[in-house]
Design a protein around this ligand. Structure first.
Ligand SMILES: CC(C)(COP(=O)(O)OP(=O)(O)OC[C@H]1O[C@@H](n2cnc3c(N)ncnc32)[C@H](O)[C@@H]1OP(=O)(O)O)[C@@H](O)C(=O)NCCC(=O)NCCS
Length: 412
């Protein structure tokens, strides 16, 4: 080929696990989040680059391949998934005779697409590859009837914010908070005034549909989330002396005369999907962290807040579907988080994480370390077509946020 001009081209095509795995892993490694020289967070997708979307009803992964003569190189990728979620609510009369029943809020659903895991190799940036990947992914979204597309990004990630807002027509939509708590070497005490009951998935589904289906982003296929093997359980906290696992009457009867306060949440085992690792930390800080862990393990009764082992790959549990009612709901959420901490400890996780609306009243009950958390996870949204009917909620992208938001564990 010497002396001849070699043809350079770029193709965007579907990911093929047989030929693309190593190339994709290589790009992933080179795209560690965080500016070089400082702390970075490395994600190990455990040999399955589709893992972060494969639990969704419909998903796709595209790769960008640079072809120079005979040489082919994966230089970028993007993942996307589509599902049906609540975008608002309307009042509806239940029952055959419209005049008889009192109107009650029912969810309005829409088909949304979610973009995640967009990466372009540092050596190929600012060449329009990211833009092409997003456009091709949006094409697939439209073909499959998605009405909106959204993504979550770090507000400080200028490249990604500019790409989506300036170039692709997305607007800033919501800013929920990611709350992260370390898993200590000691068990956390669960309040003795609370009983925690593990609900069967069908009871959990009933409760969620009855009470939380009008929450923004509530997935219409909540049953498949709850029945997914990654859901370790839905836990309900009730005042001690009201119910136990043995006297649990089922969700229908529970809701017909609930105790004054109660709370629930579900636990998703993200540890089996990916692991994280903090890189770029000095030896001194690593040693200090190790010392706190050694002490916590040796003297668990002191309940020292040890720094978790985050400098080696660690897994996480994600808490989703957080809800509660009554004046003591925040306390009940706290008890559930303690229960979830102990479950994570038993299963060898490094952290427990959740994501809630910035207006969520129950967030007061969620223990977290500020330094590990992210106060504003920026969600951007775009309406994919002008020809959609406005439906009963109008253009969702222009609607004000609600008190709560449902963060689907399949997309973390
Ligand atoms: C974000 C990312 C995918 C962009 O990929 P890319 O191929 O370089 O992007 P493009 O060349 O298509 O750029 C399109 C537009 O995005 C914006 N943009 C891209 N990189 C930018 C940067 N470093 N600073 C500011 N704006 C930037 C610009 O508006 C750009 O248009 P322009 O070049 O005409 O000014 C890439 O920087 C990346 O992989 N970053 C690390 C992983 C990441 O943050 N992913 C996003 C998570 S949601």
């Amino acid at each position: 080929m010497d002396g001849e001009e070699r043809k350079v081209s770029l193709v965007v095509r579907n990911y093929d696990p047989k030929t693309d795995l190593l190339g994709v892993e290589d790009v992933e490694r080179r795209c560690e989040v965080g500016p070089s020289g400082e702390l970075s967070l490395f994600t190990d997708l455990l040999g399955d680059p589709i893992c972060r979307v494969r639990n969704s009803p419909a998903y796709l992964m595209l790769v960008a391949e640079s072809i120079i003569g005979e040489e082919k190189e994966i230089v970028g990728m993007i993942r996307g998934c589509i599902k049906t979620v609540t975008c608002g609510k309307k009042l509806s009369r239940n029952g055959k005779n419209n005049n008889e029943a009192t109107p009650k809020p029912v969810p309005v659903y829409t088909k949304v697409a979610y973009v995640l895991g967009l990466r372009v190799s540092p050596s190929h940036r600012r060449m329009g590859i990211g833009l092409k990947l997003v456009r091709d992914m949006e094409e697939w979204f439209r073909k499959n009837g998605a009405e909106y597309s959204y993504l979550a990004t770090d507000n400080d990630n200028q490249a990604s914010v500019n790409l989506f807002t300036d170039k692709c027509g997305y607007s800033k939509f919501r800013t929920p908070s990611i709350l992260v708590n370390p898993v200590f070497a000691h068990r956390v005490r669960v309040s003795s005034r609370v009983t925690v009951i593990k609900l069967p998935p069908s009871d959990a589904e009933f409760l969620y549909r009855k009470r939380y289906a009008t929450t923004e982003f509530f997935p219409r296929d909540i049953d498949s989330v709850l029945n997914n093997k990654l859901t370790l359980g839905t836990f309900l906290a009730v005042p001690r002396g009201t119910y136990t696992a043995q006297t649990w009457p089922g969700s229908n009867r529970f809701l017909s005369s609930p105790p004054e306060s109660w709370a629930l949440l579900s636990v998703w085992n993200a540890k089996d999907v990916f692991t994280l690792e903090v890189r770029g930390v000095s030896r001194v800080k690593r040693t200090l962290a190790k010392t706190t862990r050694v002490l916590d393990r040796a003297l668990p009764w002191l309940r020292l807040p040890s720094v978790p082992e985050v400098f080696k790959p660690f897994g996480l549990h994600f808490l989703y579907g957080l809800g509660g009612e009554g004046p003591r709901a925040v306390k009940f959420v706290k008890a559930l988080c303690a229960h979830a901490h102990n479950l994570a400890k038993e299963r060898g996780c490094g952290v427990v994480a959740t994501e809630v609306s910035s207006h969520e009243p129950l967030r007061l009950g969620i223990p977290h370390w500020k330094r590990l958390s992210c106060a504003e996870d920026l969600w951007c949204i775009k309406r994919l077509g002008e020809d959609y009917s406005d439906g009963s909620v109008g253009d969702w992208t222009k609607s004000p946020p609600g008190l709560s938001i449902f963060v689907d564990p399949r997309e973390i």
